[in-house]
Design a protein around this ligand. Structure first.
Ligand SMILES: [Zn+2]
Ligand SMILES: [Zn+2]
Length: 94
């Protein structure tokens, strides 16, 4: 289960997100489970590069309430609990 503040990334499209509200669901991108960047391993260096969150791009899961901030946005489809995550906070007002 994801924990608040944990970083996850997709090995396929390299989308990267940070959990802002933990849920029980498993984060999925491109049809496979996203990996925790905090687990170390070969992606540790790449994930250590600090990116600023993409402005206003957040997603949440309607089922478990999990919420994430997108740090590296790609065209990969984010899913949680077997369904697409809902994009929120989409304000063009800046
Ligand atoms: Zn969920
Ligand atoms: Zn992906």
């Amino acid at each position: 289960m994801a924990k608040k503040g944990q970083t996850y990334f997709c090995e396929i499209c390299r989308q990267k997100v940070v959990v802002t509200k933990a849920g029980f669901g498993v984060l999925v991108c491109c049809g496979q489970e996203m990996r925790s960047a905090d687990a170390g391993g070969m992606m540790a260096t790449w994930t250590a590069v600090h990116h600023k969150p993409v402005d206003g791009v957040k997603f949440h899961c309607n089922v478990c309430g999990q919420q994430i901030d997108v740090i590296v946005e790609t065209t990969g489809i984010l899913e949680c609990c077997g369904q697409r995550m809902q994009r929120i906070g989409e304000t063009s007002a800046k």
